[in-house]
Design a protein around this ligand. Sequence first.
Ligand SMILES: Nc1nc2c(c(=O)[nH]1)N[C@H]1C(S)=C(S)[C@@H](COP(=O)(O)O)O[C@H]1N2
Ligand SMILES: [Mo]
Length: 387
Amino acid sequence: MRMPELPERMRVGPLKEGAFTSRLHSERLAVLLGLALGVSFSICFITGVLSHLIQDPPSWFVWPADPPWLYRVTQGLHVATGLASVPLLVAKLWTVYPRLWTWPVLEDVTHLVERVSLVPLVAGSVFLLFTGVADIALWYPWRFFFTAGHYWAAWITMGALVVHVGAKATMTRRALTRSGLEGGDEIGGGLTRRGFLGVVAAATGLITVSTVGQTFKPLSRVGLFAPRRPSFGPQGFPVNKSAFSAGVLDTARDPGWRLSVEGKVDNPLSLSLDDLHTLPQHEANLAIACVEGWSASARWRGVRVADLLDLARTSKDATVRVEALQDRGLYRASEVNRLHARHPDTLIALEVNGETLHIDHGFPARLIGPNRPGVMQTKWVSKLVVL
Ligand SMILES: Nc1nc2c(c(=O)[nH]1)N[C@H]1C(S)=C(S)[C@@H](COP(=O)(O)O)O[C@H]1N2
Ligand SMILES: [Mo]
């Protein structure tokens, strides 16, 4: 079935032939921007799914504790590629939006599928980048839970992207084999295509360079737009959640504070802060790598989780749930898998950079371990429950 020709009286506004005069609405430009977005979205998706698996592991997934810097890199990439996608997406949408007014609206079934897949693709992309940017700015102008919304939108968007890539494969190949970006540039004024691509590349580069310093030390001095400065905060690194906002100011300062080790143990423990100080202390250089893309290293000192587990007599492959004094909030507990629990650098830290922990860094004791998302480095610990 063929769509009829567009009736004469409807050929107005954007439906008029030649309504879009800019040479920037070119197929080849759309393809180049699409390829760049394909790469950034793929890296962003893989690193995002990985972060999700680490925080909510299915039974077949055990995230290793080594190498200790791996999560810092994958999550740094997640946020950096997400931010870099913003100018790319804006440019891509600008380049292709006239196609919304092409006639016939539908040619055949393949065309229908391709058109329909644009709805989740465009809406999902905009949603992902908007919620991601808002999240790293700690701004939550919505009512759903960010992580779940962002995660499911990513699957829908990537599904739509696969359909889109499939539908555009032939056109992409055609556009790429045609030579030169400047073809057609003799018509119309304004920015050339090469110039436009240059502007987009510069914007992408600028966003990356001015934000990646929040996790990449050499660029921290030019991190003008980085939401966090890795060296800004008590004891030289940032605080997202203060003791005040977690509602633990009093319980954390209570001299009667104790750390209990319970659950599947033969010898349950209840240790005071002094007890913890009399146990062997270990030091490790470890980073807090927040899911928001910032990270900061420090030298931590405290008691090995493995030593506590041995004292409490647990099985060697025990998983541990670490609970905070906090009685509300999503990050009041985290799970330590068997590899992390037995790693010699996974600590219940009492000190950082040579000082007693600041209350906003988790005094009297916090969990800190290698290769863990920041949200799983629980502060104000009061309980280890062996599962
Ligand atoms: N008890 C508790 N621990 C917590 C959090 C929290 O909200 N409550 N926030 C986590 C997050 S998101 C990060 S990135 C690290 C470092 O957070 P900070 O900047 O708040 O110290 O601590 C983690 N530990
Ligand atoms: Mo975080």
